[in-house]
Write a protein that binds this ligand. Structure first.
Ligand code: NAD
Length: 335
């Protein structure tokens, strides 16, 4: 029988994880939780998901004529694993609930590493997640970095990594965040948290990062700089990255994040999601053994395949990370 998955927090990440899980043949969605009876709740209902709500929100749901199956606790009771996609910091409060109900849980990058005690990225440490009860899928930026650092490290040995992150400041549906006309060094006190976050997955990597927020909602862009132990050529780098299903080379007139999103729309990807890191392979350059390249990261969707793989590892549905990655990618239409 299929592994039963519940989504606690049906927002930007939660709704995408739900749809990706629903496409797998070894897992199913048994419920999604909503706090408000808004349009997203009604769409979720129309898609056929069972809706649950925190106990103090049940009345407002009923008043809006949205039928609710039960409380969040009821949802957890029917699940084998809960994917907590509540806003950063909120997820931590749910840990005791998951423990009480003896259910496995996945948190997202907005929570601290210590909450789950294990931070996950599919190509970097899939096998270490096998059978675990608690896992944290690292943030969009960290996922994007791990996907390129891990395979390059295995091949050439990474001496040090330096990254400048140019971050989108809000998601497209978010009307509350900014800036709308400024470039914001964030944080000003360096380094940014992204470097240490990569170390939560790969502790041996020497990495520091800096970040600025930009008035855009589409994607992040990373300027990646890596020093290697071994000699390698630009061609070698390109070859290693080309073998990664979750790295897509972009060219053919794509010179910006806007055109990447246009590409995704032309591909009829759901919600214009771009699950892969988009690497401008033309930018791959070595100067005195230091590698430089640009990559763009679609923050709303790149962690979605990793959540599916994390479920598969925790439930030991597949022991081999490469096989899980391929299965996930095929089911969602990435490959
Ligand atoms: P979001 O605000 O879009 O969605 C959160 C959802 O949780 C909302 O639907 C909200 O109503 C619901 N919610 C709030 N409190 C709740 C509660 N107590 N119980 C149940 N549901 C509750 O947030 P998001 O952007 O999807 O982020 C979720 C997590 O994913 C965070 O940890 C975030 O850091 C991480 N993340 C976000 C992005 C991104 O770009 N948006 C990328 C990677 C990781």
């Amino acid at each position: 029988s299929k592994v039963k998955v519940a989504i606690n927090g049906y927002g930007t990440i939660g709704k995408r994880v739900a749809d990706a899980v629903a496409l797998q043949d070894d897992m199913e969605i048994v419920g999604v939780s909503k706090t408000r009876p808004n349009f997203e709740a009604f769409i979720a209902r129309d898609k056929g998901y069972d809706i649950y709500a925190p106990s103090d929100r049940m009345d407002s749901m009923k008043k809006a004529d949205l039928s609710v199956m039960g409380t969040v606790e009821d949802m957890i009771d029917v699940a084998d694993v809960v994917v907590d996609c509540t806003p950063g910091g909120v997820g931590a409060e749910n840990k005791s609930l998951y423990e009480k109900h003896g259910v496995k849980a996945i948190w997202q990058g907005g929570e601290d590493h210590e909450l789950a005690g294990f931070s996950f990225n599919a190509v970097s440490n899939y096998s270490e997640a096998l059978g675990r009860d608690f896992v944290r899928v690292v943030s969009c930026n960290t996922t994007g970095l791990c996907r390129v650092i891990s395979p390059l490290d295995k091949e050439f040995g990474v001496k040090k990594v330096r990254v400048s992150l140019l971050r989108r400041s809000a998601d497209p549906g978010d009307i509350k965040k900014g800036p709308i006309n400024a470039i914001v060094p964030n944080p000003v006190k360096l380094p940014s948290h992204h470097g240490p976050d990569v170390k939560s997955v790969m502790p041996h990597i020497n990495i520091t990062t800096t970040a600025v927020k930009l008035p855009t909602t589409l994607m992040h862009v990373h300027i990646v700089n890596i020093d290697f132990e071994k000699d390698c050529t630009e061609k070698d780098i390109e070859e290693v990255l080309s073998r990664q299903s979750r790295v897509r080379f972009v060219g053919q007139g794509i010179s910006s994040t806007a055109e990447i999103i246009e590409l995704s729309r032309d591909m009829l990807r759901p919600r214009y999601d771009m699950w892969e890191n988009c690497v401008w392979n033309e930018s791959i350059s070595l100067y005195e053994k230091e590698l430089y390249f640009f990559q763009a990261i679609h923050q709303e969707s790149n962690v979605i395949p990793e959540n599916v793989d994390a479920i598969r590892a925790m439930m030991e549905l597949e022991k081999d990370g490469e096989k899980s990655i391929e299965k996930t990618d095929k089911a969602i239409g990435l490959i």
